[in-house]
Design a protein. Structure first.
Length: 316
């Protein structure tokens, strides 16, 4: 069953979500500016202070996220001719704060963390958004799932008064979009009934095992294998604005141009043509990036304004 959340929250390539947060480290930003000046680059700055190095971040939304994104990092190195170093993040908030403090040059984040980072003061520019299969528009699904033993659950309305497994308080498809759907269905989940698995794959397994809760949410790439195996049953799925790859607006213009030209409207073949070997994670769930702009995420802002009473991060 496919659904939309409230007044026009379904669009050609996505639904919504979002947040706010605060954090900006002026000292870090100043130090990166000073470092770039020492490298003789007066037209832009680099997070590390080294004009030969780009700092790349991905969300730690599943185990081995950095390793899975390694081909993208290798591709960025090929595009720019620079070294690419991973930003070490233990949670979503670290990435938001890193972007706001100019400690990250490029990042693959969620729609939620994109808006979150902007609210925290980050000057970031979306280059493209993830496409999951050939011929598709940017976007992916937030899937409401249940344990097969929960025979009395057939819709979101039946999530009422139950423990619910969400992914992370700052997850797009694992919290914000689900909360919007639940509120639309007239369901309010009390604080005591909110459980967080932190990663999509772990959250899906928690529901399949009946650990903490028999209903919950996960992104399609993690929910679908368990649904196909009969370990989970689908209740509903909602199309979500695709996860963007973004860059700092402070990067030198020539670097921004290189990244935009190569990454926007790209496909798997662009990586292989550059001599980058794809891994199983990319071949299974990433076909390329479709060009998007900031307006693509306006519906996230709309949803966040509607769920602010239930999602604390939307209040900042």
């Amino acid at each position: 069953m496919q659904s939309t959340i409230k007044r026009g929250l379904a669009i050609a390539a996505g639904l919504t979500l979002a947040v706010g947060l605060t954090a900006c480290a002026a000292d870090s930003a100043d130090s990166s500016t000073d470092g770039s000046a020492e490298d003789g680059n007066a037209e832009g700055t680099f997070a590390s202070g080294d004009s030969d190095t780009l700092v790349f971040a991905v969300l730690p939304d599943h185990e081995g996220a950095d390793q899975d994104a390694q081909p993208i990092a290798d591709w960025i190195a090929e595009i720019t001719g620079k070294n690419v170093e991973f930003f070490q993040a233990t949670d979503y908030t670290a990435v938001v704060q890193g972007l706001a403090a100019d400690q990250i040059d490029i990042a693959q984040i969620s729609a939620f963390t994109y808006f979150q980072s902007q609210n925290a003061g980050a000057d970031i520019v979306p280059i493209g958004a993830q496409i999951t299969e050939e011929g598709a528009e940017p976007g992916y699904y937030s899937v409401a799932v249940k344990n097969p033993d929960a025979t009395d659950v057939s819709s979101l309305e039946d999530f009422a008064d139950r423990p619910v497994c969400f992914v992370n308080p700052t997850s797009t498809s694992g919290f914000a979009v689900p909360m919007g759907g639940l509120l639309e269905a007239g369901v309010t989940v009390s604080e005591d009934n909110r459980f967080f698995g932190e990663e999509h794959d772990l959250n899906a397994k928690k529901v399949a095992e009946g650990t903490d809760c028999e209903v919950g949410f996960a992104q399609d790439i993690d929910a679908d294998p368990l649904i196909e195996a009969g370990e989970l049953e689908e209740v509903q799925r909602v199309l979500v604005p695709a996860a963007p790859i973004v860059m700092q607006g402070a990067l030198p213009q020539d670097v921004q141009d290189q990244l935009t030209e190569a990454l926007a409207d790209s496909t798997q073949s662009d990586l292989t043509d550059a001599g980058v070997e794809l891994n199983e994670f990319l071949t299974d769930g990433w076909f390329g990036f479709g060009a998007v702009d900031d307006e693509y995420y306006d519906l996230i802002r709309t949803l966040c304004s509607e769920i602010a009473d239930e999602v604390e991060a939307c209040q900042a």
